[in-house]
Design a protein around this ligand. Structure first.
Ligand code: GRG
Length: 304
């Protein structure tokens, strides 16, 4: 087996391990909800637990596991909180008022499987659940550290992060924008939550050193943008069944994308440059970063 395929096997085993771990944590969080509103609970469970690559929780775990003193209870809470925000964003993004999509993760979207009102409330409740999980008092971190984490997640999810990016996406629909505007959009819409996943994972280590957090943030910013560049490429090159969501949606909605701006080869080159940036940021960290390196490769080479 070549060194690279050996790394890929190790990476997929680790991914499977982290996926089982986050799925168990998320299932418990849903199971703990009382039966007051069974339809809402079912819609939350459907939006949260019906597949998904779990990229963001995997980043939380991989960053936490870099450091020997990472707190596992806090890592589970942070990973679950980030995934709840992500699941809420997908449910709302698929609504008729936004992307109006019928398919997500190979299944009917939440508003199709349930109804629009339930999908809106399920998204809202998942967002609240994220903060409920991250603000639990038994995580074993100092109150100051935990407050910092709650605040980072709030900023990443809100106006200065994902919601701001979503607003830009809607604003730019049908317009040709330049690469600076496209980058700004994606650094908010998808990049902010990926950055926060990495930072929260690292912040689960009580004596984390700020220079290490800063290098990890550079890594996260590079893979966050690379994730989106690859998403744009896959919207053209992959099929609906492989993607589990409607292929060609960007073109249909006249969205600016990296392949539209740079051509497919130009977009692939950009993804490779971002991969290099991510890898060089890791070089500054004096811990074994193989998992994060493999993860950066996966983000750029993934096919769904
Ligand atoms: C509704 C406030 C609000 C925000 C929505 C993230 C987002 C903002 C919309 C998603 C639209 C989209 C398709 C963005 C492209 C990149 C992306 C986030 C893809 C979906 O994430 P994956 O690939 O999904 O990690 P899975 O299903 O694997 O969890």
């Amino acid at each position: 087996m070549s060194e690279q395929s050996g790394q890929q096997v190790a990476m997929s085993q680790l991914q499977a391990q982290y996926q089982l771990r986050i799925d168990a944590v998320l299932s418990q969080a849903i199971a703990r909800l009382n039966p007051l509103a069974p339809k809402l609970k079912a819609a939350m469970e459907y939006g949260l637990l019906q597949g998904g690559k779990r990229v963001r929780p995997l980043l939380v775990y991989a960053c936490g596991d870099l450091f020997a003193q990472a707190n596992d209870t806090a890592l589970d809470a942070a990973a679950a909180a980030v995934e709840c925000i992500h699941a809420y964003s997908l449910i709302h993004d698929d609504l008729p008022a936004m992307d109006d999509d019928d398919l997500r993760r190979g299944q009917p979207t939440v508003h199709k499987a349930f109804d629009e009102a339930t999908a809106i409330i399920a998204g809202d409740a998942l967002q609240a659940l994220a903060f409920e999980l991250l603000s639990q008092t038994n995580l074993g971190l100092s109150a100051e550290r935990q407050l910092r984490m709650v605040q980072e997640l709030a900023v990443a999810a809100g106006f200065h992060g994902m919601c701001g990016g979503q607003a830009l996406d809607i604003q730019y629909e049908g317009q040709a924008i330049d690469s600076a505007a496209l980058e700004q959009l994606h650094r908010h819409k998808t990049g902010a939550l990926i950055l926060t996943a990495v930072r929260l994972g690292a912040l689960c280590t009580p004596d984390l050193q700020e220079p290490h957090l800063s290098s990890l943030s550079k890594y996260a910013q590079a893979i966050g943008l690379a994730f989106q560049v690859q998403d744009d490429i896959l919207d053209i090159t992959a099929d609906t069944q492989t993607l589990g969501k409607t292929q060609g949606k960007d073109i249909m909605q006249q969205k600016s994308t990296y392949p539209a701006l740079l051509g497919l080869d130009g977009a692939r080159q950009l993804a490779d440059q971002l991969l290099d940036q991510a890898l060089s940021a890791l070089a500054d960290i004096p811990y074994p970063t193989q998992t994060l390196e493999a993860f950066a490769h996966y983000i750029v080479k993934r096919d769904f």
